[in-house]
Design a protein around this ligand. Structure first.
Ligand SMILES: NC(=O)c1ccc[n+]([C@@H]2O[C@H](COP(=O)([O-])OP(=O)(O)OC[C@H]3O[C@@H](n4cnc5c(N)ncnc54)[C@H](O)[C@@H]3O)[C@@H](O)[C@H]2O)c1
Length: 433
């Protein structure tokens, strides 16, 4: 037999064997899909995928073949995900889907995802694209170019934009642009833009579609999912708002390249918060002296936690209050700091006295490593103002006491009530001369 003929026959035999193995692999994927459905787990498991890929690549001795093998293995994984998604009626590109009373919505976590927005979101309509003047223009141009018709609105950056006046101005712009109930609002920015755009979407024509494309770490790990939208009223934060779930959330970690370091640390504070109440392994990453690893992994771990809490308690009747860990004192400090401290920085401070003593020491080291504050100078804050703000936080009050979340060890939390005297002592433990 000719050598060519022999080689072709060998390939035919290998391909037949591969087809048999492929079918067996998909059968196993089907079993895993049923298990993931029962446990409420996402289809994608990037950590396992990269482990499998690295392990199998080691089997390929010829380095010239490795890029081809990588493409082959990634193709297999794409097929598995797509098959599982089809079986479960889910979106294969989504990291997870958040189930709410109004239905489920996908969360996409994809480096470079901004350029894929037209494929992932329904932008084939009028899109009211809101961002603020701190968000680089190039992101808005990338998104706008994928919309059938983009109406771009840019508000001043900062908490001051979360006002009824700004909301009113936006609603008028939407009306002037002729937005109908079939059009949508897209938030491109941090928590300020997301909270404001979400509320505008909830109110306009009794509610239109809303997409959230977070660009700060805080918004990626926390505020972009869960459906809480609000503006501030007078000096009271988030006093007017609505629960309005997004149609989809698209997270592109590449946009963090332009985020100032202080804002990155600000977001990390919320990630540390979630690791303490729910994920000891994530807290261990923060304690790692070599750094916490890829930011995608941190975002993903937080999204899983936030989604599970929101699914269990969409309207903050109980469990969702765990997300307020560090926020009781944190909100008070934020209110009394007159905008000098960022939200995450205040949460970092607020968490410290709400941990068991040995954990407080570990948390202090983690926060310092992340560039977050662990104490406040007495001349920077008026303790009486902090406590007055805590006492006015009606949401947290139970009689004369205030509801707090206490963490005895990473991964465990307790709801506790505390008197204002107890909180005064807790605050004092943060003050230095
Ligand atoms: N809805 C919720 O569940 C929820 C949860 C937590 C916090 N929040 C709210 O979120 C708000 C805070 O959000 P935040 O911390 O994202 O602050 P932010 O929205 O004010 O953004 C911080 C700053 O970063 C800039 N910025 C945003 N993206 C950027 C990028 N990629 N590159 C460079 N600069 C960028 C902005 O212009 C702004 O100046 C607060 O109003 C808070 O109440 C809401």
């Amino acid at each position: 037999m000719e050598p060519l003929q022999q080689a072709r026959e060998r390939i035919d035999r290998i391909d037949a064997e591969l087809a048999r193995l492929f079918a067996a692999r998909m059968e196993a994927a089907k079993e895993i899909a049923a298990w993931k459905q029962a446990k409420g787990l996402p289809i994608r498991d990037p950590k396992r995928e990269s482990e499998v890929l690295a392990r199998n690549l080691e089997q390929i001795e010829n380095p010239a073949l490795r890029p081809y093998y990588r493409a082959f293995q990634e193709g297999l994984m794409t097929c598995s995900r797509a098959y599982q998604a089809q079986l479960l009626g889910r979106d294969p590109a989504a990291l997870l889907s958040v189930r709410t009373a109004a239905g489920a919505y996908p969360v996409y976590l994809q480096r470079g995802g901004l350029a894929e927005a037209g494929r992932l979101l329904d932008l084939n309509r009028r899109v009211f694209l809101l961002s603020d003047d701190g968000v680089p223009n190039e992101y808005s141009r990338t998104l706008g170019g994928q919309c059938k018709q983009a109406i771009c609105s840019v508000i001043p950056q900062g908490e001051g934009s979360k006002s009824p006046a700004q909301l009113h101005a936006l609603l008028l712009q939407m009306l002037d642009a002729g937005l109908t109930r079939n059009d949508c609002v897209l938030a491109l920015g941090g928590g300020v833009v997301g909270d404001l755009a979400g509320l505008a979407a909830a109110l306009y024509m009794r509610g239109i579609d809303f997409y959230n494309v977070p660009t700060t770490l805080l918004a990626m790990v926390d505020s972009s999912i869960g459906g809480k939208t609000a503006v501030d009223l007078g000096s009271v934060k988030n006093a007017v708002g609505a629960f309005w779930q997004p149609k989809a959330v698209l997270i592109d970690p590449a946009v963090l390249k332009s985020l100032p370091a202080r804002q990155l640390s600000n977001g990390m504070a919320e990630a540390v918060k979630m690791s303490l109440t729910h994920d000891p392994a994530l807290f261990a990453c923060f304690e790692n002296p070599n750094g916490y690893g890829p930011v995608e992994d941190v975002i993903e771990a937080c999204l899983q936690i936030k989604a599970s809490v929101v699914e269990a308690d969409e309207r903050e009747g109980g469990l969702r209050r765990v997300l307020n860990f560090g926020h009781t004192l944190g909100h008070g400090i934020e209110a009394a700091s007159d905008g000098k401290l960022l939200h995450g920085e205040c949460v970092a401070l607020g968490m410290l006295p709400m941990c068991a003593p040995d954990l407080r020491a570990r948390l202090t080291a983690v926060l310092e490593q992340l560039g977050l504050p662990t104490a406040i100078k007495l001349e920077q804050i008026d303790p009486a103002r902090v406590l007055a703000a805590v006492a006015h936080d009606k949401k947290m009050q139970i009689g004369d006491e205030v509801q707090t979340v206490f963490v005895p060890e990473p991964g465990r939390f307790q709801f506790r009530t505390a008197s204002l005297e107890t909180l005064h002592a807790a605050l004092s433990s943060l003050l230095v001369h």
